[in-house]
Design a protein around this ligand. Structure first.
Ligand code: GLU
Length: 486
């Protein structure tokens, strides 16, 4: 059997990270099996229409590197791939179900449904369409039903869920699943405006598009028994099902905006490297091998195994995502990081020669999570420090520090070359002679040059800044101190 999978988002305006994980697992599975990856837009709910939602979705998926073989704008023999362009189909299939006795007409008004819910609530029973007492084909009889249809009274089509049966299906991740029909509602298939619900459209399209595996989030698991009934009613072969684990916050609650970003676009804008982000998302529910967690997309494709996906919820560990990004950042060339950084430097009003920026990147890339962290983190490389870390100064600038620093600066002035080795040798000899440890001098120098307590090696930093700039900073520091500004 040839593998055909689909990502079937509803265009809600943005791509949720959970959606990306679903798309990604479908993609990895398809590519691993040499199958086809399809995107289908499920826009049957007109009340939720959002301008440009489809474009935003597809652009976020493409940013992540997911490619499609079929879908709107991608071609394919089973289109259209947008459900709103397939409406006629669904009513025809609903009609078939009515004729075969698997679905029926119901004429209840919204008020009547509400009253039924109230009754059930009072009686302490689960909300469920009560076929035996409500206004439908069975309680009204054939003639009355026909009369109401002819009169054009509003109606819906409901799935006729059999009594006292068990619906069984196999889930690749969860194993055998079994649900009693008494717990399954007579789902509306066609709404009063003639539009299909998700369930009907989804099953009809998965069948017509020859989908072999339905891989989707766990939140759709309760819908699957209804879908199984639909496949049986139509007499169609079922796809295989795999329901992916929920995504959770660190405190094990369902992943939510309250805990931070959930839209792929937000992560993209924050400056995450797409390979890092995709790597992180790919591990939400599955892991190809032991300890190593840094994997290329090709590696992920090669090793993807749906059967090894976990059942339990996957924690969306934000600190781990940051870490992952910093790991990828280190592996980027300074040129690549320059490309990521340049616009942010410009908007911060920083205008330095490219070669200089590249040197700063090479010096500091191991110490940041994002390329654009360098705007702030390396502020002393873009201009003289505007402030000096007070705590650091209190700790490092003590009695005797000035007496140690001043001669050291004089020595640095004599350096024949402003290079790391030369500066290092001068200072080393000086400190050896004095019998003083490196930190006693280098921390005060760091304060004077950068204003900060952390950064890269001081000699390397000073060499990039240049002799003149460093000497100016030393002078200015002393002046500020004399004026009581520091
Ligand atoms: N349209 C559904 C969604 O928004 C698709 C669920 C499925 O894959 O069946 O996620």
């Amino acid at each position: 059997m040839s593998v055909r999978v689909r990502f079937a988002p509803s265009p809600t305006g943005y791509l949720h990270v959970g959606g990306l994980r679903t798309a990604l697992y479908n993609y990895l599975f398809a590519r691993n099996k040499g199958g086809k990856m399809i995107i289908r837009i499920e826009d049957t709910d007109r009340t939720r229409f959002v301008e440009n939602a489809q474009e935003n979705l597809i652009s976020a998926l493409q940013w992540a590197g997911i490619t499609f073989d079929e879908g709107p704008g991608f071609g394919g023999d089973y289109g259209p791939y947008i459900q709103s362009e397939r409406f006629d189909l669904y009513s025809k299939y609903a009609q078939d179900l009515i004729e075969s006795g698997s679905a029926y007409y119901a004429f209840d008004t919204a008020e009547e449904i509400e009253a039924m819910r109230e009754r059930q609530k009072k009686a302490g029973i689960a909300p469920k369409y009560d076929r035996a007492t409500m206004k439908n084909q069975f309680t009204l009889g054939e003639q009355e039903t026909q009369r109401l249809i002819d009169e054009g009274i509003e109606k819906v089509v409901r799935l006729k869920v059999p009594f006292n049966e068990e619906i069984k299906f196999k889930d690749i991740i969860r194993g055998d699943v079994s649900v009693k029909t008494k717990d399954v509602d007579d789902q509306i298939l066609l709404k009063s405006d003639g539009f299909p619900t998700y369930h009907l459209a989804n099953v009809v399209d998965d069948h017509l598009m020859k989908i072999s595996h339905v891989i989707r989030g766990e939140e759709w698991l309760p819908s699957t028994p209804k879908h199984v009934l639909l496949y049986k009613s139509f007499g169609w072969e079922m796809p295989e099902f795999a329901h992916l684990p929920l995504l959770l916050n660190n405190n094990k609650t369902k992943l939510s905006k309250r805990h931070g970003d959930v839209a792929v676009e937000d992560f993209r804008q924050k400056g995450y490297i797409k390979e890092a982000f995709v790597n992180f998302v790919s591990l939400l529910g599955w892991n190809p091998s032991g300890d190593n967690e840094i994997h290329s997309l090709d590696y992920l494709i090669e090793h993807f195994n749906l059967e090894k996906v976990n059942k339990g919820g996957a924690i969306f560990d934000r600190p781990k995502l940051l870490w992952m990004n910093s790991m990828y950042l280190r592996k980027q060339s300074s040129e690549e990081i320059y490309e990521m950084l340049i616009e942010d430097l410009k908007s911060a009003g920083i205008d330095k020669p490219k070669d200089y920026v590249l040197e700063v990147i090479t010096l500091l890339k191991e110490r940041i999570n994002f390329a654009n962290d360098l705007v702030e983190f390396a502020d002393y490389m873009w201009g003289k420090p505007s402030s000096f870390d007070e705590k650091f100064k209190a700790k490092q600038w003590k009695e005797g520090t000035e007496e140690l620093v001043r001669p050291a600066i004089e020595l640095l002035k004599t350096a024949d070359k402003w290079e790391v080795d030369t500066l290092h040798k001068l200072i080393e000899d000086y400190l050896n002679e004095k019998g003083v440890g490196f930190g006693k001098l280098m921390n005060p120098l760091r304060l004077m040059i950068t204003g900060k307590s952390v950064g890269a090696g001081m000699f390397e930093t000073m060499v990039i800044l240049g002799r003149e700039e460093c000497l100016e900073r030393f002078d200015e520091f002393f002046i500020k101190m004399e004026n009581g500004e520091i």
